[in-house]
Design a protein around this ligand. Sequence first.
Ligand code: SAM
Length: 322
Amino acid sequence: MEIEEIITDLKSLRSDSSYRAAVDCNLELFRALRFPISFFWWSVFRIPRLRKRRTQLAELGDLPFPCWQQSILETLSGFEAEVPLMLTPIREGIVAELERLREVQKKPALLISVGCGGMELERQVMFQLLRARSQAPVVFFGVDSSPAVLDVITAKFRPLVAKKLLRIETASRLSADDLKKFEQKAAAQRFLLVLVSTDVFELSDLPEDSFNLVYHTRLRHHLTPEESRRLDQLSAHLAPKIMELDDLFSIPQIVLAGVFAWRFPAALGAVIFSYLRDRSKKELLSQPVPGWTVSFCRNPIWCHLSVYDKAVAGDQVFGPSG
Ligand SMILES: C[S@@+](CC[C@H](N)C(=O)[O-])C[C@H]1O[C@@H](n2cnc3c(N)ncnc32)[C@H](O)[C@@H]1O
């Protein structure tokens, strides 16, 4: 049974003191997830306490278990494929930006997704562009530190690769020369996807505005407040525009996740902790951040789309972090 396998793996990591606090929190959650009644009591007593120290929480997917990372990424991108509304606000934003770029530049559009995971968003953007018969070449760079991503995206994009509509390349680093090389390759492709397997902060040496757009979905809660600020600064260095989609903290959402994802314990555990780490609508409203435009949507879960445009914001580069 999946829960028992997760518990065994967590116990094996407990001897490493750097993971002990994260392991103990996850052990408690997964033991509670054995039965609906114990999950109910865990929710009542633990959610308020864990919420108070949310910046110290780590999800199962943040721990060094590539097989659980793969399972979580597959389930998350499976949900996003089953319920495309989960990505609609940012998908529409990206497609509109690509249409604008097609009018103003002749070269391929260069987009970079930070913490790209299973890249369901990119799959949906590609299909929307194909349906619209858009011919302009696009390079989708996906940066992710998890070794599990390659297998997930290889399986996901196999049909597009087979039809020669997409080519997938991999890289462990990215330099200005690499960018030029990929841009040239893109001119001969419908879509080029480059998976860069590294920590996003390794990209800080790239020149300013190396990309047309930086975006991320369901990433920020994985970062510490300090990393969150650094990510905004790096993103504003790398592109003139940033888009972010993330969920919002809400207890009813956690309960709903329990109902709908009960059959997928690894993903459910990750989703519960990620909601606990997310910012609330109240926080985002009470701490408006200069340069960022925030809109809220329910699709069917509460999320926000935040957009930062360097041309409008000038030097104000502070993320809606917290
Ligand atoms: C919850 S998943 C979201 C995946 C995808 N964006 C989505 O919405 O389906 C977060 C992803 O961010 C990646 N990640 C977290 N911190 C990162 C970092 N510092 N650099 C690169 N990737 C990171 C994780 O490996 C994970 O795949």
